[in-house]
Each structure stands twice: as C-alpha cells, then as structure tokens.
Design a protein around this ligand. Structure first.
Ligand SMILES: *[C@@H]1O[C@H](CO)[C@@H](O)[C@H](O)[C@H]1NC(C)=O
Ligand SMILES: *[C@@H]1O[C@H](CO)[C@@H](O)[C@H](O)[C@H]1NC(C)=O
Ligand SMILES: *[C@@H]1O[C@H](CO)[C@@H](O)[C@H](O)[C@H]1NC(C)=O
Ligand SMILES: *[C@@H]1O[C@H](CO)[C@@H](O)[C@H](O)[C@H]1NC(C)=O
Length: 530
C-alpha cells in the first residue's frame, strides 16, 4: 500500500514537473500574437500630431496678409473639372486649331440615385483601408524642433523582421549638470546595448523603454553609440516610431521594418548586342480582324524572324493562327479588350513586352532596338512610339495626368496634351504620363499595374490612370509603326470590319462601366482633358 502511494506521488511530481517544462517551452516558443489590423500606426500618429499642433500654435498673435496668386495654387479641400468656354463663333476645325478643354462631371450618375449613398460610404471605407495598408509611420510628417540638445538619425535606419541593428548617431549635447538622462521608447521592438560603458546607468535592457543616465556627459554619449534596436513585433512593411527624449525635449524618428524586395531578373543571353528575340515578346489582341492580324505577323517577320508573338483572341468562331514563335490563346467570346491585353501579357516570359494593335504594320522605322536601348539605359518602365496613319499623319499621343485632391467627394483628374521634358541622351524621347497604344514596357511592371478586365470595349487611358504613381513613362517619336487605314469609305469596308466597329464603339454600357470604375475604383469625381 505504502509503496503504491509513493509510486503515485512520484508520478504526480514528475507529471507536474513535465507540465512545467512543457508550459515553459510553450511560452518560450509561442510567438506573441501581433495585431496586424488596420489601426497600427494610430499611437505613433497621435504622438506626431500633438507635437505638430504645438509647433503650429506658436506666433498666433502676429497678423499676416494672404498672397492670392500663390495661395490659389495650393491644394484646397476640394477640386473641380472645368471645361473651356465655347467660342462665340463656331469656326470649322476649331477644335483642331484651338483645342479646348472638355470636362465630365457625371461619374456618379452611373449609379442609381437610391444606391449612390451606399456606394459612397463603401468607397470611403475601402479608401480608408487602402490608405492604412500603404501608409506607415515613416510617411508621416515629422518636425525637428529647434535648439534641441538631442542628436539622432532622421531617416535611413532599416531592420529586417525580428533582427537587430545599431542605432547610429544618438547623442546628447547640453551644458554640464549633475545628472544627464535620456529616454528611448519604441512600440514594435526593444532596446539593448552592444557594449557597456562604466559610469552609465542603463535601465530597461531588452524592453521597449530604456533610460540611460550618467553624471558625465561624454561617458553617456559613448554609451549611446552602442544602442541597439531589435524588432520584436513583425508586421510586414511598416515602421517603428522611436521617441528619444531628455528633460524638456522630445524627438521622434522612424525605423523601417520589412523584408527586402526580392528582385525578379530576366536573363537575355550573354552577348552585348540586344538580342530582340531574347528580350522582347510582341503581344496583341485580335477580334474579327484575321486579315489584318496576318498582315501584322507578316510585317513583323520581315524584320524579326524569331521574336515570340502572343495573340489573345476572343472571336466567336476562332480561326487557327499558326507559324513558328506564335502563341495563340483563345478566350471566351467577346471577353474584351483589356481582358485580352491582360491574358497576353500574363504569358510573356521575356524582360520586355511590346504592345501592338492587330491592325498595325511593321516597317523599317519600327526599330525595337531603340526602345530596348531607352529602357536599358534609363529608369523608365515603359516607352511609347509613334503611329503613322495611311494619310501620312504621325501621332505619338503624349499626355500628362495630374490628380487633384478632392476630399470626400473624390479626386479630380486632369489630362493634358504634352510632356514634362526631353530625356538626356535621347533627343527624340520625352517623359510623360500616358502614351499611344504602341509601347514597350517592363513585363513585371505591366503585370503589377494590370489591365482591368472590366474595361471590355474601347479603353486606353484607363491603364495609364491605374499606373500613375507606379510607372515611369517615356515616349520616343522616332520609333514608328504604321496603322492600316482607319478612315475608309463605307462601301470599301469588309463585313468583319463593320462588325468590329459595332462591337468596339457602340456597346451601350461601356461608358457607364467606365464611369463606375472611375467613381469607385479610382475614387474620382470628375475628369477634364483637351
Ligand atoms: C483607431 O484607434 C483609435 C484609438 O486608439 C480610435 O480612436 C480610432 O477611431 C481607431 N480608428 C479606426 C479606423 O479603427
Ligand atoms: C524617462 O523615463 C523615466 C521612467 O519611465 C521617467 O520617470 C522619466 O520622467 C523620463 N524622463 C523624460 C525626460 O522623459
Ligand atoms: C537570341 O535569342 C534567341 C531566343 O532566346 C536564341 O534562340 C538565339 O540563339 C539568340 N541569338 C543570339 C545571336 O544570341
Ligand atoms: C446595360 O445597362 C442596362 C440598363 O442600365 C442594364 O439593364 C443591363 O443589365 C446592362 N448590361 C450589361 C451587360 O451590363
């Protein structure tokens, strides 16, 4: 009996110990639960806003006079899209000779009156979460206050998730006093020292709040050279806000937290000359125009025999398109213009993709090497060429796009003919925001922006509006492709051409779909253009 009891006690003692070990192990290895919800930066933002408020309140009592000419150019809490006034006399070719700005202000009418309120509140909700996803404390306004005795790094510190870095540049510069003290406070990581200095009291090792003090300033500053920061809470692509303070003075700086971006590099052969077949894929979308497509393919083959051609085809009765280095993808009937572009680009495995319409014709002026040269030698992501009509008129269609902040009603987008500047070393090339539908782009960047498959019919500028802020765009007017004539007398038209135009231009809902996308997806209220 005694023996049995003893056995039982032993078992229970061992199991308690085991439980303890398991618990210890469990608590030691279970990572902390990290809130990655959308309200992460709030704490940091509060600190920064309070400081900003204090700075802006100073000198309130000194009067001032507003300078209208400059003040009117600042962003207001609202925007408008205004059309130019119609001239009193309606001259023939007036629009060609004196192009006027037109404006469209009715995106909201693409929704029924009854649903509009719901659409608006949903749009605001989605917009807030968009901002929360893309903003980190490293994007907020930080002001360095004058006469601060604190020295610290204003930007440029980055730490990998859960790793440690030294914080360079911390120091205190003040008059001698009995005790010099600084505090460091973080929200996503902890502080430590990589070396200790005698005569400095360090409190809060491996904690989010550290206090260092010493009676000797130089000793304290020596210790501050060894402060490390370890990220403990990982939330991808964010930043920690570190508060660095001493009596009566506060400063804030950010430490970026994140993985490095993995590069996606394309191998295109070991020769120094541009091997177009290894560098470029030609992509096009066809619908009801097999005769034109064949002309395009034949013209490409005159100059580039082995370059891959990707064709997206959404005909109702697809016909075979065959030949070496041709990939022909059949899509559901009338799937649409941008869906086809998306499909074609998604299949490209070269560094660059050249977009052409199926009624273009390559000539000896269609020098893809020139486009590659510009893309290789600059930071541009996309470069457009020029399209020559049968009449001899050549267009390169360069536009700038500017988005004006419109507050809750949505932003205003203004599109104008023109460009920013020419590109050094490429006198025929300029920088713009939108170009013609004959362009070569980095495949990875084109995939990043994508072609919205909801834009089924005539659409072009929409891609550049989606890509604004992401793509660096250029345009060179010495790389020219020919356009099979568009202006033809009606009796000269083939049946397939008529059907194509009917589909492309007379789809009843296409403008409504476009307006809905502008209103909700791009959060725009209006557009103006010339
Ligand atoms: C975020 O949190 C603060 C309080 O910490 C709160 O006032 C604010 O409304 C929250 N914002 C959102 C979008 O949840
Ligand atoms: C530094 O932190 C300590 C402990 O949290 C606090 O008592 C002290 O007031 C802080 N000093 C400054 C200058 O903020
Ligand atoms: C160019 O690239 C193609 C496709 O990768 C390859 O087949 C061809 O051999 C290359 N030509 C030269 C001259 O390297
Ligand atoms: C086109 O618009 C009409 C009226 O607004 C609507 O009834 C119809 O469902 C729409 N068709 C498509 C394909 O969206």
């Amino acid at each position: 009996m005694r023996c049995f009891l003893q056995k039982k006690t032993w078992v229970s003692i061992i199991s308690v110990q085991l439980l303890c070990i398991v618990l210890l192990y469990w608590t030691a290895t279970t990572p902390p639960s990290v809130d990655v919800g959308p309200n992460q930066s709030h704490k940091a933002l509060n600190v920064l806003q309070e400081r900003l408020h204090n700075v802006q309140r100073t000198y309130k009592n000194i009067p001032y006079v507003i300078k209208e000419s400059v003040a009117s150019r600042l962003a207001l809490n609202g925007c408008v899209c205004e059309a130019d006034k119609k001239p009193a006399i309606d001259l023939p070719f007036a629009q060609l000779l004196f192009p006027r700005v037109w404006a469209q202000n009715d995106f909201h009418t693409a929704f029924q009156e009854a649903e509009l309120a719901k659409v608006k509140s949903r749009r605001q909700q989605e917009f807030n979460s968009f901002r929360q996803r893309y903003q980190t404390p490293a994007d907020f306004l930080v002001i360095a206050e004058a006469n601060s005795p604190l020295q610290y790094p204003t930007q440029g510190i980055e730490v990998r998730p859960l790793r440690t870095v030294v914080i360079p540049g911390l120091a205190l510069k003040e008059k001698s006093r009995p005790l010099h003290t600084v505090n460091l406070t973080a929200t996503l990581g902890t502080f430590d020292v990589s070396a200790t200095v005698d005569g400095v009291s360090v409190k809060g090792v491996a904690a989010m709040h550290m206090t260092l003090s010493s009676s000797d300033l130089d000793t304290l500053n020596r210790q501050l050279q060894f402060i490390t920061y370890t990220n403990t809470l990982f939330h991808p692509k964010t930043a920690d806000t570190v508060q660095f303070e001493t009596d009566g003075h506060q400063s804030v700086f950010t430490i970026k937290v994140g993985h490095p971006v993995t590069p996606k590099l394309y191998y295109s052969g070991s020769t120094n000359e541009y091997n177009i077949s290894a560098l470029v894929t030609i992509a096009t979308k066809t619908f009801l125009r097999y005769d034109k497509l064949q002309d395009l393919i034949d013209s490409i083959r005159k100059f580039y025999r082995t370059v891959t051609i990707v064709i997206a085809d959404d005909n109702e009765h697809p016909q075979p398109v065959t030949g070496p280095h041709i990939e022909h993808y059949i899509m559901p009937f009338a799937k649409g213009w941008f869906a086809g572009r998306n499909l074609a680009v998604s299949q490209v495995s070269t560094k660059y993709v050249l977009w052409v319409d199926d009624d273009f014709i390559f000539t000896s002026n269609t020098k893809l090497e020139k486009m590659v040269e510009v893309l290789e030698k600059t930071t541009l992501d996309l470069v457009g060429g020029a399209v020559r009509e049968a009449t001899g008129y050549t267009a390169s269609y360069r536009h700038t796009i500017s988005v004006e902040d419109g507050g809750e009603k949505g932003d205003c987008v203004h599109i104008r003919n023109g460009y920013y500047h020419t590109i050094h070393g490429f006198p025929n090339c300029v920088v713009a925001d939108a170009v013609i539908n004959f362009f070569m782009g980095r495949t990875d960047m084109m995939l990043q922006v994508g072609f919205d498959p909801r834009l089924a019919r005539a659409a072009h500028l929409e891609f550049f509006i989606d890509g604004l802020g992401t793509l660096h765009i250029g345009s060179c007017d010495d790389i020219i492709v020919n356009h099979a004539s568009k202006i033809k007398l009606p009796w000269g038209k083939l049946d397939s051409e008529k059907a194509y135009e009917k589909f492309r231009y007379y789809s009843p809902n296409s403008s409504q779909i476009k307006n809905r996308l502008f209103f909700f997806k791009n959060r725009l209220q209006c557009i103006s253009s010339n």
